[in-house]
Write a protein that binds this ligand. Structure first.
Ligand SMILES: *[C@@H]1O[C@H](CO)[C@@H](O)[C@H](O)[C@H]1NC(C)=O
Length: 124
């Protein structure tokens, strides 16, 4: 039997005015157990940092990791960290990816990407 990991993607922006600023590139995806997962969100507003969360049914969202939007992006991990997960930006800085090195069935969840914009970008 092949085990499948099912991923649903949702995006959000902190702040009232820019709800459509960050968009999952695919609303849902299936991965075979053990495969490499890459889920992505496009964003447009200059971020202070970009965050990934996941949520299991009936539970609160869990913080996975945060990526700073600095010259050299820095990954800030959850405590305790999720060692199979990492995040990165594309060269153009329009997309943030979450990668899971080897999918497990328990990775099946709702995933959120969050753009925490810089204060100045909210004033435009
Ligand atoms: C995400 O960005 C890529 C490259 O700009 C574009 O081709 C794609 O249509 C975008 N997807 C969504 C859902 O906005």
């Amino acid at each position: 039997m092949m085990l499948v990991c099912y991923i649903l993607l949702i995006s959000a922006l902190v702040g009232d005015t820019l709800e459509d600023d960050i968009t999952p590139t695919s609303p849902e995806e299936y991965y075979l157990e053990g495969s490499r997962v890459k889920i992505s969100c496009n964003y447009t507003v200059k971020a202070d940092n970009l965050q990934w969360y996941r949520q299991y049914p009936g539970s609160a969202p869990q913080f996975l990791l945060l990526l700073t939007h600095t010259a050299t992006p820095l990954v800030v991990e959850a405590t305790p960290p999720y060692p199979r997960m990492t995040a990165k930006l594309n060269d153009e800085r329009t997309r943030v990816d979450l990668e899971i090195s080897s999918a497990e069935v328990t990775d099946s969840a709702l995933y959120y990407c969050l753009n925490l914009p810089t204060f100045s970008s909210l004033l435009n």
